[in-house]
Design a protein around this ligand. Structure first.
Ligand code: RRO
Length: 290
């Protein structure tokens, strides 16, 4: 099951989706056991921005029959404190670390990438151009030209692998993936969440503090399979597939659609060890004839 991804050796193809597993909080809860049985073959951080952010007003989550809607809004301590406080601890994890970043301009993204390029703890960077909960982030990833301009600015700043996280809220995800490929991305990842809205049954007004949010979980799985298939046909780049993966069979579907790695997101909220379980289910399925 071991796999090479952008030159990084991974024990198996299951990683976490950014923002769905807090390795530092998990260490406090599970102690040494987290390192002995780390659920993912690589760890992807929550999105880091240049300046600290409070995130969106509450409520931030709405549970659906088959998933949830989040309007978290990128709360994080900002680059400086991430570099000083979090990255050294993430560097002690038993797996490679991928840092997810988002900026509000190309220069901001370049500053984030440049600072992270200097750190040995960082195996690769994921550019979040697809957050549904911040308008400018979404616009960057929905437009092939914007993605080209971003990569044009950021690619020269680092020799580390750059993974571009694509939005399912684009009219032509294949065109955005091709733009990423032609301007120097090392890989693409998809899908981020789909924009959705929940209404408060009592007031009839939007439940989430940010009004709309990102839909994730089994509700989006079929959309992820379709978009991964489209992107895998559009580009030669490695593809990280995600969206509603809860079992080994779901991961296998995404790999059959063209994903090289599969990320687990919403399922980790229900079962923090889901990554390991899904990797072993996938191993069994891959060993048995179809
Ligand atoms: O923090 C968020 O609200 C968030 C982000 Br950055 C993202 O990329 N996707 C998402 O569903 N929520």
């Amino acid at each position: 099951m071991s796999i090479s991804f952008c030159g990084i050796e991974l024990a198996h193809p299951i990683i976490n989706a950014s923002g769905t597993f807090d390795a530092i909080a998990a260490e406090r809860v599970f102690g040494a056991e987290l390192h002995e049985r780390f659920p993912f073959a690589a760890f992807v951080s929550k999105t880091v921005t240049l300046a600290p952010r409070q995130g969106n007003p509450p409520p931030r989550l709405w549970e659906l029959g088959a998933g949830m809607i989040n309007s978290i809004g990128l709360p994080n301590k900002g680059l400086e404190r991430f570099l000083a406080e979090d990255l050294p601890r993430l560097g002690d994890l038993p797996v490679p670390v991928i840092v997810n970043v988002m900026g509000f301009s190309r220069d901001e993204v370049a500053e984030l990438v440049g600072a992270l390029d200097e750190r040995d703890e960082v195996a690769a960077l994921e550019l979040n151009v697809s957050c549904p909960n911040v308008e400018s982030g979404l616009v960057m990833g929905a437009d092939p030209r914007e993605v080209e301009l971003l990569l044009g600015r950021v690619r020269p700043v680092t020799g580390k692998p750059l993974i571009v996280k694509l939005t399912p809220n684009a009219s032509d995800v294949g065109a955005v993936a091709r733009a990423a490929e032609s301007s120097g991305a090392s890989a693409v990842s998809l899908i981020n969440t789909l924009r959705g809205m929940a209404l408060d049954p009592a007031s009839g007004r939007p439940w989430l503090g940010g009004r709309t949010g990102g839909v994730s979980g089994p509700a989006v799985r079929a959309i992820a399979v379709a978009q991964v298939a489209t992107v895998a046909q559009a580009v030669e780049l490695p593809v990280v597939g995600m969206g509603g993966v809860a079992q080994g069979g779901d991961a296998l579907d995404l790999m059959r659609a063209g994903a090289d790695l599969v990320a687990v997101g919403t399922e980790s909220f229900r079962d923090p060890a889901a990554g390991l379980r899904i990797a072993s289910e996938l191993r069994l399925l891959s060993a048995s004839p179809a």
